[in-house]
Design a protein around this ligand. Sequence first.
Ligand code: CP
Length: 467
Amino acid sequence: MTLAGRSLVTIDDLNNGEILGLFSLADAMAADLGAQYGLCRGKVMASLFFEPSTRTRLSFEAAMHRLGGSVITASDVGASSLAKGESIADTARIVGSYADIIVIRHPWEGAARVVADYAGIPVINAGDGGHQHPTQTLCDLYTLFKERNAIKGLKIALWGDLKYGRTTHSLIFALARFGADILFCPSPGLEVPQHVVDKLITEYGGEVEHPAASPQSDAESVFPVDAIYTTPSSPHQLAMMPDISLQLELREGVDALYVTRPQKERFSATEKDGAGKAGYPVVDKKLLRGRAFRETLVMHPLPRVDELAYDVDADPRSMYFKQAARGVPVRMALLALLLGVKDAAIPRVDSPAPPDYPVYRHDITPVCPNASCVSAQATERKYLRPEFKIVKTQPLTLRCVYCEHGFEPKYVASTDWHEGKLDTKKYHDADSHWARTIRPENLICFNTEAEAQQHGFKPSHYTGGHH
Ligand code: CP
């Protein structure tokens, strides 16, 4: 099957079979990296890194060079016309006319989606703010398959900054799709965002449980677990256990400990003073002596700061340098597939299809409340209309198609109520029974009454304070 012309913006863009097909090609390429030269002769990769990077940028560029292609690069917003106020869409159109494929890293969440919408060529997201980092996830999954042969039924603990760690967000969805149980072990204050948890629950059929505080002392408990995701087919049923049994189960071990650094560049002012500092968990030789980690793979997307001690580097359980090295064949395979110079043999495997949610796309639209979302930026708002998936009707919940943050609009109206007559343009509370009668294609949402009134709508009898 060909993946030619496709983009990889989130990990949802590849199903499980396609990921396994890509890994087979990566295996073949890893077996003889030198033999791949010439596959991409005449092709140009644009490498746009508007945030710092060592591994992702250099492994993509090495991958393209090893395939015999060329690389053009922009690595500093200040040295590109983005600094003059050019929009991402215009940059994408221009670079799309110079190159055959774009690899982009950008601090705004959803920026890679905009580039993919406007470039006219395949686009690979190399990390967009705190949203996702799907090619790091491919390196992580590839390492798990290489070391453990399968992912279904593995217990994987995610450790550290689960709030802003974009690698953990794309990894969580991929692990859930491949049937792993996931233990969330965040540094206090840096828990997995609610919109990621919501997506896990609504789209993967498993359960997210918050275990009760351990009756054991901290010293006796294996490690702090904030929440657990168990797949529907989980043999462990971890979440169903009383907390004491959970600790016993954990003592039996986890298959991988995925460590992340505090992403301080995304911290709010209060987080800089608090969450990032207090009790950030450290993985070191002493911790790994514990029985629970006897056969645990220690993974990290890197770079590390203080959360992963250098004294575990020589330990055979440490995988992070292998993860980074495997980035070259994995990214070679990805480039070759998206550029259509190779086809993949896609195995038939179960892969839950993403639900087909109705889309909210209207001239009147709330602004995405995530300040880091590309759709909320001044340069992009001139042309980018916010767009949302309607992921729940009770309570009404919209998910931004760019950054995937979810929110519950407070007020609604319907296009078929007023028929253009101003005096019947009314808005209702989003939780009123009228709101539930609005068909998705007629739905208009507002975050505030001021927004509704600005568009000429008046409060109905079903609006708080106007009954
Ligand atoms: N893992 C990762 O994204 O590393 P870089 O930031 O060095 O690319």
